[in-house]
Ligand binder design. Structure first.
Ligand SMILES: C[S@@+](CC[C@H](N)C(=O)[O-])C[C@H]1O[C@@H](n2cnc3c(N)ncnc32)[C@H](O)[C@@H]1O
Length: 463
């Protein structure tokens, strides 16, 4: 095989997250975004240390798993969804198999509880971050998601199906407004221009909408007309519903961000209307969510995830629980009513403040939240936990933090993971140091995409 050569073949399987695997002339080849059973044409793009990667050129024949048409007109070019042509049943089966295959070499004799689906397959996201740009070089202003595999090109996402239609009305309103005004977007290479991102949060339970326009400081535009146009989308009960929001806008923010990196952050926030947070409800508790605080992106899915975690945690009466990587303290607050005390540790100060405020709103006095790096903080907590819940970011747990967590020697640990490859790496260490994997349950929080969450119950076997 040589770089640049073109081959055809049938995809054998998909390895997490989106690696289509084929055997070509006895060599294993990985082609991203190819689906099991598809006949594809690809070009060899990388050959290193015996590993061969290919770039998908064309799907010659669809897979038997692709049993329906994609719902979104932007499916394919848009980098958001990968599996819209597979029925949800097939997606769930595939994700469960991927996790089982990853676990097989490292865990034996555990109970695999399969996968629980998202209660809503579509319109499930409570947050979406859209980027300004153009669909092709020097094309008209676009607002949407990055084109698959592209740093620059944007696909207009005004018919996105994994968000509520309210997002699409808001996106179209903002895009039309700035197109009419001829406002330029922020060019990521030259660092010139104004429009950067549009961040929309919509609470599934309350329908509250928070809209944040993120720009550079390179222009000083009066945004009151845009604000009024957006507020005009709020239903007053007299208009045609197709052009009105179902939820209601509770806040419109203008955030200035001059960071050179392509990240959404704030150097300065101006409230153009209302307040700077929405309220969401999960499992009977109420949560205040601001623009930047971490909150599970699928609210109804989060209820499933937390219910599985709560079941795995088991008996908590008179127990001190550590909720490590606690975000806005959702897990801590769900466990607190049935525990002696819960201590959450989270690195983002703003999230910790939100967690404290949310606990107060929910009338919980036995939750404590500590701001800091788990690695540094846990050694300084005087109390010893009876149980630990872990929900680290995608990279998993820092090896030194992992050692300290294991040193507590708690009887039971529940590990929630948003990236099974990191989970598997950490499980090896837990098992080497005296823990046994009892149960694993997957939860699909992101239908149509490559992601899958896992909840793992471990118990201590060596004292
Ligand atoms: C997957 S989220 C989980 C949040 C929360 N458990 C929830 O369900 O909403 C991971 C969290 O870990 C936090 N985090 C990342 N690195 C950390 C560290 N070294 N120490 C403490 N928290 C960290 C992130 O800010 C994020 O809020």
């Amino acid at each position: 095989m040589k770089k640049g050569q073109i081959y055809e073949g049938i995809v054998d399987k998909i390895e997490f997250p989106n690696k289509g695997i084929l055997m070509i002339e006895g060599t294993k080849v990985m082609v991203k975004n190819a689906i099991t059973g598809q006949k594809i044409r690809f070009s060899v793009s990388k050959m290193r240390k015996g590993k061969v990667e290919g770039r998908l050129l064309e799907v010659l024949e669809p897979s038997h798993l692709e049993d329906r048409a994609a719902k979104c007109p932007a499916f394919g070019p848009c980098g958001g969804c990968t599996y819209q042509t597979m029925s949800y049943e097939n997606q769930l089966k595939m994700k469960a198999e991927q996790v089982e295959r990853l676990l097989a070499p490292v865990c034996t004799e555990y109970e695999f509880l399969g996968i629980q689906g998202s209660p809503s397959e579509w319109e499930y996201r409570n947050k979406m971050e859209f980027s300004f740009g153009d669909e092709y070089k020097d094309g008209p202003l676009a607002l949407g998601l990055h084109k698959r595999g592209s740093f620059h090109d944007i696909v207009v996402a005004n018919q996105c199906k994994i968000v509520h239609p309210d997002y699409n009305l808001i996106l179209s309103c903002v895009l039309t407004y700035f197109s009419e005004k001829g406002t330029d977007f922020y060019h990521r290479l030259s660092h010139t221009g104004y429009l950067r991102h549009l961040l929309v949060r919509r609470a599934a339970k309350t329908g509250e909408l928070l809209i944040s326009l993120i720009t550079s400081s390179q222009e000083n535009l009066d945004l009151s007309e845009l604000r009024d146009r957006l507020l005009g989308l709020n239903s007053d009960g007299s208009k045609e519903s197709a052009n009105c929001l179902e939820g209601s806008i509770v806040g419109i923010l203008h955030i200035v961000n001059d960071s050179l990196a392509d990240v959404v952050k704030s150097d300065e926030t101006n409230i153009l209307f209302g307040r700077d947070f929405i309220r969401e409800e999960l499992l009977g508790l109420s949560f205040k969510i601001s623009t930047f605080s971490f909150f599970q992106t699928n609210s109804l899915g989060a209820e499933v995830l937390y219910s599985v975690a709560r079941e795995f945690v088991g008996e908590t009466k008179d127990k001190l629980i550590f909720d490590l990587y606690s975000g806005t303290g959702t897990i801590a607050q769900i466990l607190a009513p049935v525990a002696k005390k819960v201590i959450g540790v989270e690195i983002v100060e703003e999230a910790v403040e939100a967690a404290r405020e949310n606990a107060k709103l929910n009338g919980l006095s036995n939750c404590e939240f500590i701001a800091g790096d788990v690695l540094k903080v846990i050694g300084s907590i005087k109390d010893k936990p009876d149980l630990i819940v872990l929900d680290p970011p995608r990279d998993g747990i820092h090896p030194k933090a992992l050692d300290r967590i294991i040193d507590y020697g708690v009887e039971r640990l529940v590990y929630i993971s948003c990236k099974p490859t990191s989970l598997v790496r950490d499980l090896v260490v837990f098992q080497e140091r005296g823990y046994r994997v009892e149960k694993v349950c997957c939860v699909d929080m992101f239908p149509e995409t490559v992601h899958v969450e896992c909840v793992v119950l471990m118990s201590r076997v060596e004292k």
